[in-house]
Design a protein around this ligand. Structure first.
Ligand SMILES: [Zn+2]
Length: 410
């Protein structure tokens, strides 16, 4: 049954999207795809033939597992070279740029400091980076799928607006509209932590809900349920770093006083250590320097770090009391250091009366732009079925797969 107002082209788009999503987890035969996406093998064959012709999908040899005597399964894969993706992450002091193939394998990556924080200068930096990425890697504009942008602060990802990028601007900036006009490419934007949480979710196919926490340089979190990130009514959900822990504490970059970030973030640890001349801000090995000082029993470093981790442990426990998810994933280099991770676990266990709770360390790539690349791949490839995105007059959501959930025709 096709819903009123949903034409066959839209259904085809949806079914192509199902096939691409199935293949995004690895190679499959046509028969495997049909079973996975609940379409007839004949429908899958027709759709796949078209997508092979369009270069979205490639034949990937035969499976060792024989279907019947003498016949091997012919396998299909996404074409990594179909299009390139640019990922950009805008943080308070830096912008990072990456170029990847369709399978999100990085070709190049670099970070640049933000010298001028006004929006016009930042748009100029992005335009120059786009031009040099294309020129240096000999990529033509038409070979690009689009650009994904992960940015700190409140983001309305549906309309593509950065509402408040703490420390950069505190008014709405129509990043998607501005950049699409400037570069003539589809742009997808999302809060940087939520973008990373979506990547994390792809590694947990067995769970339907997880809490993702990014530690460093600030503290951010995201709650993913049924493969959708909860944003809240004002795109402010789980701004863990900006929960108040000391009303008489330091002024935070968000405007409040005594946020968790001011007492427990990696930046707050570094700021205190640099102000007290314990660390040199110019050092390239700040995290290592901290580990070494701690191991050498530097009294101030021990106090500063223990205090920060204690506040972070309290915030984690409180968050878990509210969300109660089975999976809690911690992302960031700081807690990849066993020394600091073990202090965190000790703090959690000394504060909690219930059974032991140990967050997992994220296994996703350290490259900051992996989230930005992923949202472009998801919105401009997986969800569109590899077809050009449908523009809505209000600049809103391109199309809504949930309207079509029960339509499985091709
Ligand atoms: Zn704050």
């Amino acid at each position: 049954m096709v819903h009123k107002g949903v034409n066959m082209t839209t259904v085809k788009r949806y079914n192509r999207s199902l096939i691409l999503k199935a293949l995004s987890h690895g190679v499959l035969s046509r028969k495997d795809i049909a079973k996975k996406v609940n379409l007839t093998p004949a429908s899958v064959s027709i759709l796949v033939a078209k997508m092979i012709e369009e270069n979205l999908i490639i034949e990937a040899g035969t499976s060792k597992q024989k279907v019947r005597v003498g016949r091997k399964k012919s396998m299909l894969d996404l074409n990594a070279n179909y299009k390139y993706i640019i990922g950009i992450t805008i943080e308070t002091h830096t912008i990072s740029f990456a170029l990847s193939n369709l399978k999100q394998e990085l070709i190049t990556y670099y970070v640049q400091k933000i010298d001028d924080k006004d929006i016009a200068s930042i748009l100029k930096v992005i335009q120059q980076a786009y031009e040099s990425l294309c020129f240096e890697n000999r990529i033509h504009h038409r070979q690009l799928l689009g650009i994904g942008i992960g940015i700190v602060g409140q983001v309305d990802s549906i309309r593509g607006i950065s509402l408040d990028a703490y420390g950069l601007w505190s008014h709405p900036v129509h990043l998607k509209k501005e950049l699409e006009a400037l570069l003539n490419l589809p742009i997808v934007i999302e809060n940087n932590v939520r973008a990373l949480a979506l990547v994390e979710m792809t590694h947990h196919s067995d769970t339907d809900a997880l809490t993702f926490i990014k530690y460093g340089p600030g503290i951010g979190a995201a709650f993913v349920h049924n493969h959708t990130v909860y944003t809240g009514s004002k795109y402010n959900s789980l701004e863990l770093g900006h929960t108040i822990v000391d009303p008489r504490g330091k002024r935070c970059k968000c405007g409040q006083q005594g946020c968790l970030e001011t007492v427990a973030s990696y930046t707050s640890i570094l700021d205190t250590c640099c102000q007290e001349n314990i660390l040199d801000r110019e050092s390239d090995t700040l995290l290592n320097d901290l580990v070494n000082h701690y191991k050498a029993d530097h009294p101030r470093v021990k106090t500063i770090i223990d205090e920060a981790i204690k506040y972070f442990a309290i915030a984690l426990i409180n968050l878990l009391k509210i969300l109660d998810t089975k999976d809690v994933i911690l992302y960031g280099d700081f807690f990849k250091e066993d020394l600091f991770f073990n202090i965190l676990i000790d703090q959690i266990n000394s504060l909690r009366s219930e059974h032991q709770f140990v967050p997992s360390i994220s296994n996703i790539s350290d490259d900051r732009d992996i989230g930005a690349i992923y949202i472009a791949y998801q919105k401009l490839f997986l969800e569109t079925g590899g077809l050009p995105a449908l523009k809505q007059p209000n600049g809103g959501e391109l199309w809504k797969p949930h309207n079509l959930r029960n339509n499985h025709q091709h």
